[in-house]
Design a protein. Structure first.
Length: 353
């Protein structure tokens, strides 16, 4: 995936490269300020983290255990490491974040072998996992222990509760565990119009990486252990993995601001709606082909590479596949219809140039 140019080098401030490019939602920023008063115990013994644990149990069930961390890579690596044995392997998609975009952290830091599986739409199925789930008891073979999926997927598609449950059943029948990278979990819930536990706790997910940064937080992520029997030593691994914040209240306060009310859903529903609006706008441009169902806040399309190069001088976005010319356009909680109208106009101009 080609990254957009550096904004300091003249790229536009507002674009469609990533929902990470958006700022902090004002309500989250206010929560950080509110958490700043007085002294509180460090390392998670504060009232904001206690409140977050209660809020997460309301969303994910009474057994949920929550461990705030600095970032999504930390959530994935520590969560997977706590689920695994030293000889374990993790089955994931070939374009999963843990495989492509985390600089080998799961392998280098956690010591896990990743087994990437090709998929047409970014989603695993039992049928796709099956050929890679073998070799138990063979000392020459890394032992498959975890199936890791991303919700919504890296291709912007969404797993239904039934699809997650089928993967959980497949994994559990074989003594394996199911991990979910929920960097955009809120977008999936908004798309499906179901509560988050419907495709996590109730569907059999064992450990979840909950993402807040892409949905309006500054740096708020968390490992949510839905099945406490699935992990070992996570408290120690979080510290060893440099993910234990001393002033944890400021991480927790962000997630409380999102999840205690409906801000998480409002933000996600808006970015999803803007993606639908963007898809409709670019479909109207001749010779633009959308390649994936638009189910969350991403639009994937194929445009000529020369057009992409010219358009990127006006708007930041990423080329997903250099070989096919596939690009990715992301919407965020602060994307507006005016942003989309201006982008579609620029795309039409470049396509006809």
């Amino acid at each position: 995936m080609t990254s957009p140019p550096d904004p300091a080098a003249g790229a536009p401030v507002r674009g469609f490269a990533s929902d990470n490019h958006a700022g902090i939602h004002p309500e989250v920023l206010a929560a950080i300020t509110a958490a700043n008063g007085g002294h509180q115990p460090a390392y998670g013994d504060d009232r904001d983290t206690a409140r977050l644990r209660a809020v997460m149990r309301r969303h994910f069930g009474g057994r949920a255990e929550t461990y705030p961390v600095f970032n999504g890579t930390g959530a994935n690596v520590v969560g997977l490491q706590a689920m695994a044995d030293p000889w374990s392997s993790v089955i994931c998609t070939e374009n999963s974040h843990i495989h492509v975009d985390e600089c080998g952290a799961a392998e280098k830091v956690a010591g896990l072998k990743l087994i990437p599986v090709p998929t047409p739409d970014g989603k695993l199925t039992p049928e796709l996992v099956g050929p890679y789930a073998w070799g138990w008891g063979d000392p020459h073979h890394a032992q498959p222990k975890i199936v890791s999926i991303t919700q919504s997927s890296e291709m912007g598609t969404v797993y239904t509760p039934a699809e997650v449950a089928a993967l959980a059943e497949f994994a559990h029948e074989r003594g394996m565990l199911l991990h979910m990278d929920g960097a955009r979990l809120s977008n999936a819930a908004a798309s499906l119009d179901v509560p988050p536990r419907a495709f996590t706790t109730d569907a059999g997910v064992d450990v979840l990486s909950y993402g807040g940064t892409k949905n309006g937080a500054m740096s708020g992520e968390a490992i949510v252990v839905l099945n406490p029997d699935a992990v070992r030593g996570i408290e120690f691994l979080r510290k060893m993995g440099m993910q234990l914040a001393s002033k944890m209240r400021f991480v927790s306060a962000q997630l409380v601001a999102l999840l205690d009310g409906d801000l998480w859903l409002r933000n996600a529903a808006h970015s999803n709606a803007m993606a639908q609006h963007l898809a409709a706008a670019v479909r109207a441009v001749p010779d633009v082909r959308i390649t994936q169902p638009v189910q969350a806040n991403a639009v994937f399309a194929v445009i000529p590479p020369a057009v992409a190069a010219r358009l990127r001088r006006r708007y930041a976005f990423s080329t997903w596949d250099e070989g096919t010319g596939e690009v990715r356009w992301m919407c965020a909680f602060d994307t507006t219809e005016d942003d989309i109208a201006a982008f579609a106009k620029a795309l039409a101009e470049e396509m006809s140039a």
